[in-house]
Design a protein around this ligand. Structure first.
Ligand code: A3P
Length: 264
């Protein structure tokens, strides 16, 4: 991965000559240019069988395992078909976190407004259509959630929902521990639940991205740890937008019965 620009290098570059990066398609998926430019080395990445992959569509939340000691925890927003095949050949464990489309879209919109390295989001009304057409960075939400869903049994992927984590974080942490064959005390589980709560992570400089310079993440526009709620979409979609979105959703998701909970 020698040629690859690291995230911190990309941030430094963005800070010095601030620009909203264009998206470049890789096998039809629009990706930020520092990823597209280094695609060959990313695709060739060979993980260790002990590595754990955590995959989400952007703004589906919860980097909770990222800071653990090795084996490495590798986080990606790549859609299933672009995940380097070494992960599956080496039978790495993988956790996917999915969030309902409308809340995911709202969160992504606020993020694109504050993240000065992302393409200009434009007005909210048009942004909804970009999301529906899969034009945002990392591609179609619909293809993303379906791609991992369809492969979850064959590839032994633990498929989690943001809404379940919000509803009962302890239950979901226990599921993760079971999947990872880890046995930890109730007290440790309680600590994990406490430390990964929205309130704690919002205050934690390692989780709230306050270390990213303001010209890159302008948190006065929208904080990175914004609301962390289920159902915030109701504060953004008009009834007409919601109806139009739902009709399109039915079409795009008709072949997948993924039990999302949009209304809570
Ligand atoms: P909102 O914009 O709805 O607040 P990502 O980490 O993939 O960038 O996703 C960020 C979204 O997940 C934000 O959503 C953020 O608040 C939410 N999030 C991150 N950590 C969370 C936590 N511990 N509890 C609840 N929501 C969390």
């Amino acid at each position: 991965m020698s040629k690859e620009m690291s995230y911190s290098e990309a941030i430094e570059k963005a800070s010095s000559s601030l620009t909203r990066f264009p998206l470049i398609p890789v096998r039809g998926v629009p990706l930020m240019n520092h990823i597209a430019d280094n695609w060959d080395s990313i695709w060739a990445f060979c993980p260790d069988p002990s590595d754990l992959l955590i995959a989400t569509y952007p703004k589906a939340g919860l980097d909770l395992l990222q800071k653990m000691d090795p084996p490495r925890v590798i986080k990606t927003h790549l859609p299933f078909q672009l995940v380097p095949t070494g992960f599956w050949k080496n039978k790495c464990k993988a956790i996917y976190v999915a969030r309902n489309a409308k809340d995911n879209l709202v969160s992504y919109y606020h993020f694109d407004c504050m993240n000065q390295t992302q393409p200009e989001p434009g007005p909210w009304e048009g942004y909804i259509h970009k999301f529906m057409r899969g034009e945002l960075s990392w591609g179609s939400w619909y293809d993303h959630v379906k791609g991992y869903w369809e492969e979850r049994e064959k590839k032994n992927i633990l498929y989690l929902f943001y809404e379940d984590m919000k509803e009962n974080p302890r239950r979901e942490v226990e599921r993760i521990m079971k999947y990872l064959d880890l046995s930890v005390s109730d007290e440790v589980i309680s600590q994990i639940v406490e430390l990964t709560s929205f309130k704690k992570m919002k205050e934690n400089p390692m989780a709230n991205y306050s270390f990213i310079p303001a010209p890159v993440f302008d948190q006065s526009i929208s904080p990175f740890m914004r609301k962390g709620e289920v159902g915030d979409w109701k504060n953004h979609f008009t009834p007409q937008q919601s109806k139009m979105f739902d009709e399109d959703y039915e079409k795009q998701m008709k072949d997948a019965k993924i039990p999302f909970r949009t209304l809570i």
